[in-house]
Design a protein around this ligand. Structure first.
Ligand code: ATP
Ligand code: MG
Length: 251
């Protein structure tokens, strides 16, 4: 049975998509059958893997125009498939609001295919709106990418409260799979302070592997490739590979 992991943080640009893509690629490399679901109308995950965003994607499945099995696309990585999203998904924000069970749509969709995969990753948008809630309800674990800066801490408090609410009301089995520090810059004192603070509080929930700021990681998406193919020798690649080992052990 597939383990379902959602990448969430309502703060924008903290590395949710980068982590979903590159962690997914290394987990697939380790022989685990993995599916990535782009659940962000920005469609960044889809672009990062060169998916065809004009083909039916997750929005068409949500709105009953396609079946999930029919919108799964291949990626450049063996064992790694993906479901695309595009700007149409913004419509789901509005359409879902009036539906009963509006938080359970993605869960019901993933339920149908979860036995076909070892891991299913959901990339969510930078908000705590209905799309992210659907991700948190569908998932067994949430991984929180955290950029090492001051405002990250304020955002984290709200996110953890939201997760606790979901655990109480909508998805009892949801657990925090871990917090991963991204875009870490060893030269700044603030980054070290943030890591120290968050680790002091969340302890073993924090992944040992810290993802450094690395140019290759920011270039790879424009080639439609994960870092494992684009620059396997980069520091970014090495750290995501290490993180994939931690995630496989932990989840
Ligand atoms: N470790 C890193 N080193 C350098 N650049 C990075 C790193 N991680 C991510 N980036 C770049 O930072 C930007 C934001 O990353 P990403 O898109 O993964 O964040 P996000 O949380 O998914 O954003 P959004 O909230 O908009 O969905 C991207 O341009 C990405 O290429
Ligand atoms: Mg993103």
């Amino acid at each position: 049975m597939g383990k379902i992991i959602v990448f969430a943080n309502q703060k924008g640009g903290v590395g949710k998509t980068t982590t979903a893509v590159n962690l997914g690629a290394y987990i697939a490399d380790a022989g685990k059958k993995t599916l990535l679901v782009d659940f962000d109308p920005q469609g960044n995950l889809s672009s990062s893997l060169g998916l065809d965003k004009k083909k039916p994607g997750i929005y068409e499945v949500l709105s009953g125009k396609a079946e999930i099995e029919d919108v799964i696309q291949k990626t450049p990585v063996e064992n790694l498939s993906a479901v695309a999203a595009n700007i149409n998904l913004t419509g789901a924000n509005i359409e879902l609001v009036d539906q009963e069970d509006k938080e359970y749509y993605l869960k019901k969709i993933i339920e149908k295919i979860k036995n076909n995969y070892d891991y299913i990753f959901i990339d969510s948008p930078p908000s705590l709106g209905i799309l992210t809630l659907n991700g948190l309800v569908a998932a067994d674990h949430v991984i929180i990418p955290l950029q090492c800066e001051y405002f990250a801490l304020e955002g984290l408090t709200l996110l953890v409260q939201t997760i606790a609410g979901i655990q109480r009301e909508l998805n009892k089995k949801l657990s925090i799979g871990g917090i991963v520090f991204t875009m870490y810059d060893t030269r700044t004192n603030l980054a070290n302070e943030v890591v120290k603070n968050v680790t002091g509080y969340f302890r073993e929930k924090v992944f040992r592997t810290v993802i450094p700021r690395n140019v290759a990681l920011s270039e790879a998406p424009s080639h439609g490739l994960p870092i494992s193919i684009y620059r396997d020798d980069s520091t970014g690649a090495r750290s995501y590979k290490k993180l994939s080992e931690e995630v496989i052990n932990r989840v």
